[in-house]
Every structure is written in structure tokens, then in C-alpha cells.
Ligand binder design. Structure first.
Ligand code: NAD
Ligand code: TYD
Length: 378
């Protein structure tokens, strides 16, 4: 690893962002910034928040990463936005990023994020989500004197399934059920341990299911939305009664920035939408809205395209987040309801057909083909 003082010479910054105790973030490393939530976060933090520093986005560009998501940002913020294609598992490459850009804060999104893929092939999940996070933490440890904050973006899925009508709080014991959630749980534990053992200022957020612009169409909402627009069948796993707590992605981004600025170091914050819905209702709502927005006289209502398919193995029944800690301590609440958020989302997909066409080529097509071939219709 290189000498840590070397980066001081190349530490350039245009501004600074106040966070708690008068500390400032100037050079923020965002990992996985070309993915769904990461790209929404970078757009939000540069265009709409009070952050004044630079964003250094490191992304490996897996099938889920698309630099096109940030083309406008690249153009509009030439002195404040930098993109580096690299793997967070590559210690040498990441060490160079820390040195060259004088990284003083980290917002860590990069992950393999799709449960079904983790069931089919878990290897990359262990590598990126666990080893990759470990790598970044080691670099944060090496640069401990400069690191103001390491924020780790995680999921409510680490808590497992809550079937008894209760809610996940920050005290709920971890009980992950898929290779994806187990790998995220492992990374959460590592982050917390580095905070406790080495004194690195860390925060962790565990958020419920997101939806919104730029989501890769393998997850429920964009997959259903695009299939409904194309008149294709709408696959619903099992009986469709599994419950998720949906949050519009921009609300998640605002919550993360709120925690980064004012969250207590060493703490975990749950983020949710207070919006529990079973899958079949989500699918029917999307169909009804599209039927109204894009009427096709003489054709059947789109909900007739619903097909119940074989269930996902180990499918968690219900996720439900209690975010009262974040609300009480930091004053965050979501701005969007499901009604407003889903309409914005559908409108975005209707207005961005070229993005959809490009994303739907190549890897995406082969994944869908392979995946839905092994799911038998019941
Ligand atoms: P995504 O799959 O859309 O994006 C992940 C990004 O990480 C991609 O750009 C990908 O190229 C990049 N990446 C993957 N492996 C990498 C590696 N080894 N090195 C560098 N970059 C790599 O995921 P998302 O939905 O945007 O989720 C982002 C984060 O938020 C994840 O950590 C996920 O666990 C968490 N999260 C997601 C949700 C959700 O509903 N999508 C909810 C809660 C938490
Ligand atoms: P998903 O978007 O994959 O998110 P997660 O598994 O992380 O919650 O799935 C959301 C819910 O929708 C989950 O209960 C599985 C279900 N689902 C379907 O019914 N059909 C689908 O085609 C997909 C992708 C998911």
C-alpha cells in the first residue's frame, strides 16, 4: 500500500459539506454509483443537496451498472464528478483511488443486489459484498486520519422475514435467508466491527425495497412495468401474497444524506416507506395505472397477463420497517406515497424508451431467458 501522506499533495477540492461536529466532506468516494440507487444518489447529492465537494464514483460496470445513467452529471459537473471503472475487490486499484483523490468520506453502494441471482450463483455475492467491503474497510483503516465517515448502504433483508405483524427495528436480530441477504449481513457486521475495533467513524442504513427511475428490469416493479407495456406475461411468484415495504428511490437518497450529515457515528438507521403491500396488489396497481395512461381499446385489461409461477426458494414472507429512530433523531420522513411514486416511475419509463432498449440487450436478455426457463408455471 502506498504512503498515506502522498495524497495530500493532490488533494483538490472545490467546496465542503458541513456534517456533525463541524467536520467537512470534500472528496466522497461513492461505490456502485452507476447502479440504480447509486446513480440516483449522485444525481441528488450534486444537483439538489447542500453537498459542495467532489464525488469520485468507482464502479465495475457489471450487468447492473450503466454509466449512461449519469451522462448529464458527467456533462454538468466536470470539476466535481469523476468516474473510475474499477472493482472494489481490487486492493491496488482502490488504494490508488484513495491516494489520488484524497478520499475523506465513503458512501458504499457497490454490491450484487438481486436475490434470484444469488440463489442461482452466489459466488459474486460473497466476493463483492463481503470481500469488497472488507477491502474498502482496510483502506479506510489505513487512511483513518483522513476518513470522516464510512457510510454503508444495506438492506432490511438482513433481518429475515417478519410474519407476526411486528416491525424490524435496529435491535431486531439478524436472520438472513438468502445468499444475498447473508452476504449483506456479513458486510454490515464487518462495518460495525471496524467502527468498534479501529475507531473508524461508520454509519449503516438498512432500507426496504426501492423503486423509481433507472432500476434494472430484473426487479419486480420495472420488470412488471415493462412486460405490461409490451403485452408480455407478468410473473408473480407463489401466491403473490409476500409483502414488501416500498420506498421511492429519491426518498432513500435523501435519508442516506441525512444520516451521513447528522447521524450518530457507530449507529444503524432503518429506512422504510411505511408502505407495506403484497406483490399481487403492486402488480395490479401498475396494470391499472398503465391501462389508464396507455389505453388499448379492444384489448384485454393488462392484469389478465398475470401468471403465477413457481415460488422462489426460501422466499421471505414479509418485510416491514420501523424507521421511527431516523424520524425522531434526524427528522427524516418519506416525501412520496406509493401512489405518487409509482406514477412518477411509470412516467419515467414511458419517457425513456431508448434507455430501456439499450438495457434490455445482451446480458439482460440471456438472464431473463435462463431464469424464467427454470421457473415452471403453476
Ligand atoms: P444495483 O445492482 O442496481 O447496482 C449495483 C452497482 O454496483 C452496479 O453499478 C454495479 O456495476 C456495481 N458493482 C457491483 N459489483 C461491483 C464491484 N465488485 N466493484 C465495483 N462496483 C460493483 O443495486 P442497487 O439496487 O442500486 O443497490 C445499491 C445498494 O443498495 C446495494 O448495496 C444494495 O444491497 C442496497 N439496497 C438496495 C435496495 C433495493 O431495493 N434495490 C434496498 C435496500 C438496500
Ligand atoms: P425483488 O424486486 O426481486 O426484490 P426482493 O427480492 O429483494 O424483495 O422482488 C420483490 C418481490 O416480488 C419478492 O417477494 C419476489 C417477487 N417477485 C415476483 O413475484 N415476480 C418477479 O418476477 C420478481 C422479480 C419478483
Amino acid at each position: 500500500m502506498q504512503n498515506r501522506s502522498a495524497h495530500q499533495n493532490v488533494k483538490l477540492f472545490l467546496g465542503e459539506s458541513r456534517c456533525q461536529k463541524g467536520i467537512f466532506m470534500k472528496n466522497m468516494l461513492v461505490t456502485g454509483g452507476c447502479g440504480f440507487i447509486g446513480s440516483n444518489f449522485i444525481r441528488y447529492i450534486l444537483s439538489e443537496s447542500d453537498f459542495k465537494g467532489r464525488i469520485i464514483n468507482v464502479d465495475k460496470l457489471t450487468y447492473a451498472g450503466n454509466p449512461e445513467n449519469l451522462a448529464v452529471i458527467d456533462k454538468n459537473f466536470p470539476d466535481r464528478y469523476y468516474f473510475i471503472k474499477a472493482d472494489i475487490c481490487d486492493r491496488q486499484a482502490m488504494a490508488m483511488v484513495f491516494e489520488k483523490y484524497g478520499i475523506d468520506s465513503v458512501c458504499h453502494f457497490a454490491a450484487e443486489s438481486h436475490v434470484d441471482r444469488s440463489i442461482a450463483k452466489p459466488d459474486a455475492f460473497i466476493k463483492t459484498n463481503i470481500n469488497g467491503t472488507f477491502n474498502l474497510l482496510e483502506l479506510a483503516r489505513f487512511h483513518k486520519d483522513e476518513i470522516i465517515l464510512f457510510h454503508h448502504v444495506s438492506t432490511d433483508e438482513v433481518y429475515g422475514s417478519i410474519d407476526d405483524g411486528g416491525y424490524f427495528t435496529e435491535e431486531t436480530p439478524y436472520h438472513p435467508n438468502s445468499p444475498y441477504s447473508a452476504s449483506k449481513a456479513a458486510s454490515d457486521h464487518l462495518v460495525r466491527a471496524y467502527g468498534t475495533t479501529y475507531g473508524i467513524p461508520v454509519t449503516i442504513s438498512n432500507c426496504s425495497n426501492n423503486y423509481g427511475p433507472y432500476q434494472f428490469p430484473e426487479k419486480l416493479i420495472p420488470l412488471i412495468l415493462l412486460n405490461a407495456l409490451e403485452g408480455k406475461s407478468l410473473p408473480v411468484y407463489g401466491d403473490g401474497l409476500n409483502i414488501r415495504d416500498w420506498l421511492y428511490v429519491k426518498d432513500h437518497c435523501k435519508a442516506i444524506w441525512t444520516i451521513m450529515k447528522n447521524g450518530k457515528r457507530g449507529e444503524t438507521y432503518n429506512i422504510g416507506g411505511r408502505c407495506e403491500m403484497c406483490n399481487i396488489d403492486v402488480v395490479k396497481i401498475i396494470c391499472n395505472i398503465i391501462d389508464k395512461m396507455m389505453p388499448e381499446p379492444g384489448k384485454q385489461p393488462r392484469r389478465n397477463l398475470i401468471v403465477f409461477v413457481k415460488d422462489r426458494p426460501g422466499h421471505d414472507q414479509r418485510y416491514a420497517i420501523d424507521f421511527s429512530k431516523l424520524q425522531k433523531e434526524l427528522g427524516w420522513v418519506p416525501d412520496e406515497s406509493f401512489e405518487t411514486g409509482i406514477r412518477k416511475t411509470i412516467r419515467w419509463y414511458l419517457d425513456n424508451k431508448e434507455w430501456i432498449e439499450r438495457v434490455k440487450s445482451g446480458e439482460y436478455v440471456s438472464w431473463i431467458k435462463k431464469h424464467y426457463n427454470f421457473l415452471k408455471t403453476v
